[in-house]
Write a new protein. Structure first.
Lengths: 354, 563
């Protein structure tokens, strides 16, 4: 190969010590001592010979070990099938690798070779020839005499992007104001909807809750929904119901009738990115989100006291119906869950609001 | 055979040549067959003895490549059983604790792979470990390329491909993490929903388009499945091919040393040494991952349970590679939100979530061009930098790693708090400050260390190393003589090219008119900041000088009288 296209014209530039050239090759022990060479050879053969044994063991374990058998390590138990298959297959594959690398390390010749590099840049001649070829092509295409064809082609190709993009317009419903009001800005809560425990669907009564207690709840009407609808509604309507000593909390006058003798209901969906919150500090009335540690003061209309959340937790106005069950008196007054661009956040509670 | 009646010397040969009927018998028939169709001998002549340099740090990218191959192999196995559907069914598999529960088909089939398909759990766990290793090795490989300056001319395009690969690998990981539809993966999706929503102007539209309506809907798993098994692996495969093709085309960089120049590559030939080493290493990586899959549990989804939008576990953590975003999100102080008119701008989510990832990948992508602007360096580089010889770059890299690491710690502030009995709030407040102060401290320390190493290199090249014999002379003083280092080491310590900072000026010509291509004052100041503090390497004259006076130059130890 020619050496006229080296990447750097003067590689010794700036050297204060002359390049001594590649180190002298030093023979390995396995090169000079036949016994050592043979031992290395046998070790490699032994490793490769172990592979079929492990492969057979793998097949035996696959067919013979019951799926529910486990190995008791004392401090932990592990599936016998998983450990058996993993260890046999893993060792087999590992041994192949080690054997081949060992072969390369100790038995193959280890003299270093040198190869010359070539600059990626083309030679002056290549540049001239390529430019000429391109000019010939342009000439042949007749585009010089009829230049409009290029613009027309570009425009035609460009405009086909529009149908391609429009094809994706049905990926989801369009969140116009009307759609938003029916979806992310609306929950199952409404006047007279009863609060039920989210595990056993028992309808909550004030006497079920003692001071300091927190209950995860949801609307009774959720029971009629299944599958996707149930998930979508639950992701918005989940609430936590807490009972606090009315004397130890602050209830602004505008929310005086949103609670039943210290029983308050808040959205369970964090205003940060929407994790369900329920780590409850009984003494401080703080509610901590386990995802990003936003902390809300439920004794003060759910304002943020720590963490990245930007807004107070929406409170659900509740009351008691004629039969003594806890009910909502309306939907949440503001949309629940994480912020989005079109959300009107002027009505959210801010610390100090009355 | 018809021949033209006359052939002039200058005319091209029009004689029809037929391939000889019998080839020399030196090659087996199959090879001849292939050669006559695709010219394998030509390829072999070019490639068989191609030289690759050897160094452990070159294996990092190999680990990433092999993890990707293992991901493809194990992933194909998993698709045989996995059902990417959010349709609700009643679980009827062999995991007793979930019998009869309404769960999605995606979750049920994940349980089936884990409990009912023999070897299914093994392959699932190998797949998950391989995914973690894939992103990890790609990240560390990128750090190696950064710190050794392997991204410099002519490899900038390959660096950009690498940045694309790294960002794509995060997406590959995240989309896979979300597929089993367990409680943890659903929590991750909820977070992504909040993240998408926070984008100003188009957030709600993007959310509705991605999820097919309101969160969670019933489409997201099948859409993520398409992205995870077709779109992203396809892009990864294409980019990896381009990445490797460019490595072959440019030839691999090499570390400096005797006989290594910008114009050559010293190492072992592809066939057989490199083939055996690299091929064997694939089996080593594979073997380790299989052992991990067999011995170390990962993502036991059955203990998390099916996704329920009203449930979450304390201690929820993303896979490691999303930890820095998670941490950045956790460290934001309250009320980072603007309410202008009827609109909400959720900076607290958008800035650390979308913004941070954008910042990371943009600054990575721009770095080779920024450095070139700072140094004005237009040479090709095939010899790697020793990190100490690019002190400011090294310091910037460590500062970046520090910021990343602190954010990453922030992503597990709750685990740190419970494991070490510390205050969660105190950790968070500390990290809020530390993510800004820590990188500055790291920068200063790293730069000082690099310069100290440069100074030490200079000393070693000039005066050699202490000979280890402390001599007490008649006056009672102690001294230690120096022995010169080998010629090889002296060369290694001094071979690097030191760039001079760009000087301002040249931006006006002799008549005071602005000239194109000059160096602005700002650029020259930044260039001085970037290059200006390096310890000058010894010149040939200095080395010669030191050599002659070597015996007398031994630095004296305590109170030793001067000669």
């Amino acid at each position: 190969m020619s050496h006229d296209n080296l990447p750097v014209k003067n590689p010794d530039l700036g050297h204060s010590v002359a390049d001594p050239g590649i180190e002298e090759h030093i023979e390995r022990f396995t090169d000079v001592n036949e016994g050592a060479g043979n031992r290395a050879y046998r070790a490699i053969l032994l490793m490769l010979a172990a592979v079929p044994v492990l492969a057979i063991a793998f097949v035996v374990i696959y067919f013979a070990v019951p799926r529910n058998a486990y190995i008791d390590f004392g401090w932990l138990k592990a599936s016998a099938m998983n450990v058996g298959l993993g260890v046999t297959a893993g060792l087999a594959v590992l041994l192949i690798g080690i054997a081949v690398i060992q072969w390369a390390r100790v038995l193959m010749g280890d003299e270093e070779s040198v190869e010359y590099r070539h600059s990626a840049a083309s030679s002056e001649e290549d540049r001239k020839v390529a430019a000429q070829l391109f000019a010939d092509g342009v000439e042949q295409s007749a585009v010089k005499r009829r230049p409009l064809i290029l613009g027309a082609l570009g425009g035609a190709l460009g405009i086909t992007l529009v149908p391609a993009v429009v094809l994706l317009a049905d990926m989801g419903p369009h969140p116009t104001r009307r759609v938003r009001e029916e979806t992310i800005e609306k929950t199952l809560w409404a006047n007279q909807v009863r609060l039920v425990n989210d595990e056993n669907w028992i309808e909550l009564r004030p006497e079920h809750l003692e001071v300091g207690q927190l209950v995860n709840a949801q609307p009774a009407s959720l029971q009629e929904l299944h599958g996707m609808e149930a998930h979508q509604e639950k992701a918005k309507a989940a609430i936590i119901v807490v009972r606090m000593d009315p004397n130890s909390i602050t209830i602004p006058p505008s929310r005086a009738d949103w609670q039943v003798s210290g029983i308050l209901a808040y959205s369970k969906i964090c205003t940060h990115v929407g994790c369900p919150i329920s780590l409850w500090e009984r003494q401080t009335h703080h509610l901590l989100c386990p995802c990003h540690q936003s902390t809300f003061d439920l004794g003060n209309s759910g304002v943020v006291v720590f963490g990245p959340a930007g807004r107070a937790l929406p409170q659900l106005p509740i009351s008691v119906d004629d039969e003594g069950y806890l009910i909502a008196t309306s939907d949440f007054p503001v949309p629940v869950g994480p912020s989005y661009f079109e959300r009107d956040s002027r009505n959210d509670f801010k610390d100090g609001d009355q | 055979m018809a021949k033209p009646t006359s052939v002039v010397d200058t005319s091209p040969s029009v004689e029809a040549h037929e391939a000889p009927a019998t080839k020399p018998k030196s090659q087996p028939g199959a090879l001849t067959w292939a050669d006559e169709r695709v010219g394998v001998n030509k390829i072999g002549r070019f490639g068989l003895r191609k030289v690759f340099p050897d160094h452990w740090s070159f294996l990092l990218g190999e680990i990433a490549l092999y993890s990707f191959i293992i991901l493809l192999l194990t992933g194909i196995f998993l698709t045989i059983w996995f059902k990417p559907s959010m349709a609700e069914i009643h679980y009827d598999g062999s995991y007793q604790l979930m019998k009869g529960m309404p769960i999605s088909e995606a979750f049920a089939s994940t349980l089936e792979i884990s409990f009912d398909v023999r070897g299914g759990l093994l392959v699932r766990q190998i797949h998950h470990w391989a995914a973690l290793l894939f992103v990890a090795s790609a990240t560390v490989h990128m750090l190696r390329v950064f710190f050794t300056g392997a991204f410099r001319k002519p490899r900038e395009i390959n660096w950009l491909i690498g940045v694309g690969l790294l960002s794509m690998s995060l997406m590959a990981g995240f989309t896979g993490y979300s597929l089993p539809d367990d409680l943890l993966s659903g929590t991750g999706l909820r977070f992504v929903d909040g993240l998408i929503r926070s984008i100003p102007l188009i957030g709600t539209w993007a959310e509705f388009f991605v999820f097919g309506g309101e969160f969670p809907g019933n489409l997201i798993i099948s859409r993520l499945y398409m992205a995870h098994i077709l779109l992203i692996p396809g892009l990864l495969l294409g980019l990896i091919s381009a990445h490797l093709a460019l490595v072959v085309y440019h030839k691999h960089t090499q570390y400096p040393g005797p006989g290594r120049t910008e114009n050559n590559v010293v190492g072992y030939p592809l066939f057989p040494v490199y083939m055996a080493k690299a091929g064997g290493f694939f089996f080593v990586v594979f073997g380790f991952l299989v052992l991990m899959g067999g011995l170390f549990q990962i993502n036991p989804v059955w203990t998390y349970g099916p996704y329920d939008p009203a449930k979450v576990t304390a201690g929820s953590q993303p896979d490691w590679y999303m930890g820095f975003v998670e941490g950045a999100l956790r460290l934001i102080p309250p009320f980072w939100e603007s309410h202008w008119g009827g609109t909400t701008w959720a900076w607290a989510v958008f800035v650390p979530g979308v913004g941070l990832m954008g910042l990371l990948f943009t600054s990575l992508a721009l770095w080779p061009f920024i450095e070139r602007w700072l140094t004005g360096d237009d040479r090709e580089h095939h010899l790697l930098d020793r990190p100490r010889n690019a002190p400011t770059r090294t310091a910037l890299g460590v500062a970046g790693m520090t910021a990343y690491g602190l954010m990453w710690l922030g992503g597990s502030n709750d685990i740190i708090a419970t494991r070490f009995s510390l205050s969660l709030n105190a950790i968070t407040i500390f990290l809020r400050i530390a993510v800004f102060v820590g990188p500055i401290i790291a920068f200063i320390i790293t730069k000082r260390l690099a310069l100290a190493l440069q100074r030490q290199d200079r000393e070693r090249a000039l005066h050699g190393s202490e000979d280890g014999v402390i001599v007490r002379d008649v006056q009672g003083g102690y001294s230690e003589a120096h022995v010169p280092v080998s010629h090889d080491e002296q060369f290694l310590l001094t071979q690097h090219l030191q760039h001079r900072p760009l000087e301002a000026g040249g931006d006006t010509d002799a008549d005071g008119l602005p000239r194109k291509g000059g160096v602005s004052k700002l650029r020259s100041r930044l260039s001085r900041w970037y290059l200006g503090h390096e310890i000058a390497k010894p010149t040939a004259a200095e080395i010669e000088d030191a050599h002659h006076h070597g015996d007398h130059d031994a630095p004296a130890l305590e109170d030793s009288p001067k000669h």
